[in-house]
Ligand binder design. Structure first.
Ligand code: NI
Length: 172
């Protein structure tokens, strides 16, 4: 089932999410809903707070559209345990801030641990777009949006435009 994606500004997008203690069927269903919501958007990553659930769960798939296989990852309690000193910069966007983009610099490579959909511990190194995406999604679990990496002028401009968009949608 597709879920509604919260739009910035929303207090729920600024909260720290809670670690998942037990992998219940309800949490697996939430993960499946998030995958459906992400692909439908379409997007390459989604974090549980974006659908209003303050649990540490993200889903991502950065494989190109024309790729035969999907590279879907479902991560409960993802944690960055190592990061490179060298950085890379990507034009980032966010399903909670549609149609706005900004250049964000982050560590080029990260090592992440997490529990997969079956509750099995996983560890993997990420680089390129995957590295950016996993860091962006983990930021959501700590109440942080990519616009916080931008200059204050650009951040305020985007926030004002989003407020306007939300007012228009509320009236529609
Ligand atoms: Ni995002």
């Amino acid at each position: 089932m597709k879920r509604n994606i919260l739009l910035h500004p929303d207090p729920r997008l600024k909260k720290t999410a809670t670690p998942v203690a037990d992998l219940s069927d309800g949490l697996r269903r939430l993960a499946d809903d998030m995958v459906e919501t992400m692909y439908a958007a379409p997007g390459i990553g989604l974090a549980a707070p974006q659908v209003g659930v303050l649990e540490r769960l993200i889903v991502l798939d950065c494989t190109p559209d024309d790729s035969a296989e999907r590279g879907l990852l479902v991560m409960f309690n993802p944690q960055i345990i190592a990061q490179s000193e060298d950085t890379s910069s990507y034009e980032e966007g966010c399903l909670s801030i549609p149609d706005h983009y900004g250049q964000v610099t982050r560590p080029a490579e990260v090592t992440v641990t997490w529990l997969d959909r079956d509750g099995i511990p996983q560890q993997q190194d990420f680089s390129g777009l995957w590295s950016t995406c996993v860091q962006h999604e983990i930021d959501h679990l700590d109440g942080k949006l990519f616009i916080e990496y931008l200059g204050i002028m650009k951040r305020q401009l985007i926030t004002r435009k989003m407020q306007k968009l939300k007012r228009e949608r509320a009236r529609a």
